[in-house]
Design a protein around this ligand. Sequence first.
Ligand code: SF4
Length: 245
Amino acid sequence: MKTIAMVKKVTAIPSRRPRGGSKASGPKKRGPGRESEEALRARALEIVRRLYRAYPDARCALQHRSALELLVATILSAQCTDARVNLVTRELFQKYRGAEDYAKAPLPELEEAIRSTGFFRAKAKSIKSCCQEICERHGGQVPSTLEELTRLRGVGRKTANVILGNAFGVPGIVVDTHVKRLAGRLGLTRNQDPVKIEFDLMPVIPRKDWTYFSHALIFHGRRICKARKPDCPKCPLAEVCPSRV
Ligand code: SF4
């Protein structure tokens, strides 16, 4: 009986468009429709469950062996495919082993090494200055807190959460373009700003699942819920998605 009640609860999807009108009292409403906090949490849990079933192996696609390598790869991944980044870092990580190597590298040399990832001048500058700060302030070791990471030049919350979740095992929600799009379609946020989206997701997704959830949504966004044409008929989340067509 409990299972049936839960399925009923999580499949009671709110209408995509908020309805105006009644100011009746009752459970606190949020989300894109008239969904209660309780119903939203139950639906979010069901989304996580379904993602685990659909993508049990979802994980960071950037190859790395250390927090520093992941930091460099994440900076390179802006506006570039993971496959291209992995191709470039295979050689890059052979040549540059520690933060000091990047900090001391002549900028033109670094630019040349990462040229094919695009925006190579800005990326080279970010990597170099970020590594200089790591050497000056953290003895050459990538720091392991959100505060310290986001204080590094060129490191925002997204990059910091990637590092925390995948190099230090500290749960973090990474809001990239896929997570942003899917969180909206799934009715988990009404915001467009990545930081606000992160704060909308944090209370409804169990903390232990934050890192996995980000990877799984990215997998799902690449395979099924694509930007231009979401494949709703094939979607394992369709029953709990207010945007299904
Ligand atoms: S049902 Fe459609 S819109 Fe909703 S998550 Fe699946 S593919 Fe995306």
